[in-house]
Write a protein that binds this ligand. Structure first.
Ligand code: SAH
Length: 219
């Protein structure tokens, strides 16, 4: 296995990226600090090492992407994570977003539907550091009923609609942050679950995600 290093150059590039995120309107310094502590280039192919700190999404494997840093910061900021909260993430992908949540002290449960990507989580570089991060192979539309209720839920793929089973798995007063299809892009939404089981909805910016697909993929 190749050994990855977090050099002064990487750290410098990361600081610049955080300034770009501040300029774009990210204000939560707790989120930015967590991102500062995580070497994003560890989550990407080493061929992309030089550009890992550009504010862009990049391909990982299996036709999937590591989300743009701005998107990760934006969704994490909307989630208002507090230490020890139970958070369900749909769409493990590169594990970068899940790592940011774990760095913030949350108990993270993340689901991936692609077997190849799920299998890679066994070699997760921070396996021993973030024991508060657990990986599951499954369909995010189903959530994780065994581990519910969750304080927060984050979906990191383009949802065709608000998954009803996930609403059921959210605590009263809890947030779900998700991008929902609207035309060619997705509208970022934050739902707050109400006591009667319904939810309030806040609307935010448009983003572009890979699709949230039903069922598991064994390939
Ligand atoms: N959070 C990731 C973003 C990955 S892209 C990161 O930080 O890199 C979205 C991921 O969602 C892809 O890996 C895709 O396979 C996965 N996905 C799509 N539909 C899903 C579903 N129904 N359940 C679980 N994962 C899903």
């Amino acid at each position: 296995m190749k050994i990855q290093e977090d050099t002064y150059r990487h750290k410098g590039l990361r600081k610049k990226l955080l300034d770009i995120l501040r300029e774009k309107g990210i204000t939560d310094e707790t989120v930015l600090n967590a991102m500062n502590n995580i070497p994003r280039h560890f989550f990407m192919d080493s061929a992309l090492d030089n550009i890992a700190y550009e504010d862009r999404a990049f391909p990982i494997s299996d036709g999937q992407t590591i989300s743009q840093p701005y998107t990760v910061a934006y969704q994490t900021q909307l989630l208002q994570v507090k230490a020890n909260e139970k958070i369900l993430e749909i769409g493990t992908g590169s594990i970068y977003q899940a790592t940011v949540l774990a760095e913030l002290g949350a108990k993270v449960f993340t689901i991936e539907r692609q077997k190849n990507l799920f299998d890679k989580t066994k070699n997760y570089i921070f396996k021993n550091k973030y024991i508060n991060l657990k990986f599951f192979y499954g369909d995010g539309f189903e959530g994780l009923p065994t581990y519910a209720l969750f304080d927060k839920i984050i979906i990191t793929a383009a949802a065709p609609f608000i998954p009803p089973k996930l609403i059921h798995q959210l605590k009263t007063g809890g947030y779900m942050v998700l991008p929902v299809n609207e035309g060619e892009n997705q509208r970022m939404k934050r739902l707050t679950k109400k006591e009667d089981g319904s939810f309030d909805e806040e609307l935010f910016e448009n983003f572009s995600f890979v699709p949230m697909l039903a069922g598991k993929n064994v390939g």
